[in-house]
Write a protein that binds this ligand. Structure first.
Ligand SMILES: Nc1ncnc2c1ncn2[C@@H]1O[C@H](COP(=O)(O)OP(=O)(O)OP(=O)(O)O)[C@@H](O)[C@H]1O
Ligand SMILES: [Mg+2]
Length: 323
C-alpha cells in the first residue's frame, strides 16, 4: 500500500490538471494558517471543479473550519492563494459573497428575531425585495419545513430547526457555490435525510457544494470527491469508492473484544490486520471466507460487512471520529 501523504497532494491537484481553470469553483494553492506558532493549515492544495459535491473530512482540530473560513475571507490567509469562482480572496470578497451561500459550523441566527425576520434581514444584504423576496421566503420556509414556525423566535426553536433555517438562509441569494460546515450535526435521522435530499437537488441544478462532516456515511452518500485532512494537511483525496479501494481491504469482520482476545491468544490464527475500536475488534481482509471459517471453528461469534469510508478514515488518521 502506498503512503497516503505522498499521493494526496497530487490527487488534490488532479482536478486542476484536467479541468479548465475557468471552471474551477475553488482553487487553493499552498494555503497556510499559523496560530500561536502551530500550523492549523499547513500547505493545502485543492482544486474543486464547478458542479462538484466535495467533502472535507478530518478529526477534530484538523483544520477544516480554518480552511473554509480562509475561503470565505473570514480568517486572514498567512500564505498561499485562494480563488473562488474565478475571483481572488481577499480582493474580491464582496463579489464572491454575493454568489455563495454559507452554513457555518455554529449557528449565527439573530436570537432577537423570528424565523421569517432572520430570512428577511439576510435577504436585505443581497438587495432582495418585493414579490421576488416574498416568493423566495415562502420557498425557503417550505424547504426548511418551518412554515408553521415563521413567527417563532430563534430561542424557541430546536437545534435541528435552527440548522434547517441556517441552510435556508444560505440559499436566499440562489448561490452557485454553497459551503457547509457540519450542516447535519445534531439533526435527527429524518431531518438529516431531508437535508440530504435538498443538497442533492442543489447538486442536480449544477450548484457546487463543499461540505464538512463527521458522519462518514453522509460523505460517502453525497460527495463526488473527498479530501481527508489531518493536522492541517490533505492526506488523501479521491472519490469515496477509490479511497476505499486504495486504502483498506474490501471486507471487515467484527467481533467483540472478548472473542478477539481468545482469537489472538492463538497466534496461528492471527490475521493480517486488526484494529481495536471501543468494545470490538475489526479484522480487515480480502478473504473473508477463510477468516470466517477460522472463527467458526473456534466458535467465536462475528459479523461481516463491506469496507466503508469510516475504515479509510480510521486507517489514515489513526483517530476515532470524535476524539
Ligand atoms: N481563532 C483561533 N485562535 C487560535 N487557534 C485556533 C483558532 N481557530 C482555530 N484554531 C486552532 O486551529 C486548529 C484547527 O481548528 P479548526 O477549527 O479549523 O478544526 P476543524 O477541523 O474544523 O475541527 P472540528 O472538527 O472540531 O470542527 C485547532 O488546533 C484549533 O485549536
Ligand atoms: Mg470545524
Amino acid at each position: 500500500m502506498t503512503p497516503p501523504r505522498a499521493d494526496a497532494s497530487l490527487d488534490a491537484q488532479g482536478a486542476r490538471d484536467t479541468a479548465d481553470p475557468a471552471r474551477l469553483a475553488i482553487d487553493i494553492r499552498n494555503l497556510r494558517k499559523v496560530y500561536n506558532g502551530t500550523s492549523a493549515v499547513d500547505g493545502i492544495d485543492l482544486a474543486i471543479p464547478s458542479g462538484e459535491f466535495f467533502g472535507l473530512l478530518g478529526p477534530n482540530g484538523a483544520g477544516k473550519t480554518t480552511t473554509l473560513r480562509m475561503l470565505l475571507g473570514l480568517t486572514p490567509i498567512d500564505a498561499g492563494s485562494v480563488r473562488v469562482l474565478g475571483m481572488s480572496i481577499p480582493e474580491q470578497e464582496r463579489e464572491i459573497r454575493a454568489r455563495l451561500g454559507v452554513v457555518p459550523q455554529f449557528d449565527t441566527l439573530d436570537p432577537d428575531f423570528t424565523v421569517e425576520e432572520n430570512l428577511l434581514t439576510y435577504a436585505s444584504y443581497f438587495g432582495l425585495s418585493g414579490p421576488v423576496l416574498a416568493q423566495r421566503i415562502e420557498d425557503l420556509l417550505g424547504l426548511a419545513n418551518l412554515e408553521a414556525r415563521r413567527r417563532s423566535r430563534i430561542n424557541t426553536l430546536s437545534g435541528g430547526m435552527k440548522r434547517r433555517l441556517t441552510l435556508a438562509r444560505a440559499l436566499i441569494n440562489q448561490p452557485e457555490l454553497v459551503i457547509l460546515d457540519e450542516p447535519t450535526t445534531g439533526l435527527d435521522p429524518q431531518a438529516r435525510h431531508h437535508l440530504w435530499r435538498q443538497l442533492r437537488r442543489l447538486r442536480e441544478r449544477g450548484v457546487t457544494l463543499v461540505l464538512t462532516t463527521h458522519y462518514m456515511e453522509e460523505a460517502e452518500e453525497l460527495c463526488d470527491r473527498i479530501a481527508i485532512i489531518d493536522s492541517g494537511r490533505i492526506i488523501a483525496c479521491d472519490s469515496p469508492r477509490a479511497l476505499i479501494a486504495a486504502h483498506v481491504e474490501p471486507w471487515v469482520i467484527s467481533l467483540n473484544a472478548d472473542a478477539a482476545r481468545r482469537f489472538i491468544a492463538d497466534p496461528s490464527m492471527l490475521p493480517a490486520r486488526m484494529l481495536e475500536i471501543a468494545d470490538s475488534w475489526l479484522i480487515y481482509t480480502a478473504d473473508p471466507a477463510a477468516v470466517r471459517a477460522e472463527l467458526d471453528t473456534a466458535g467465536l461469534p462475528h459479523s461481516t460487512r463491506a469496507a466503508n469510508l469510516e475504515d479509510v478514515f480510521l486507517r489514515l488518521t489513526g483517530h476515532d471520529l470524535r476524539d
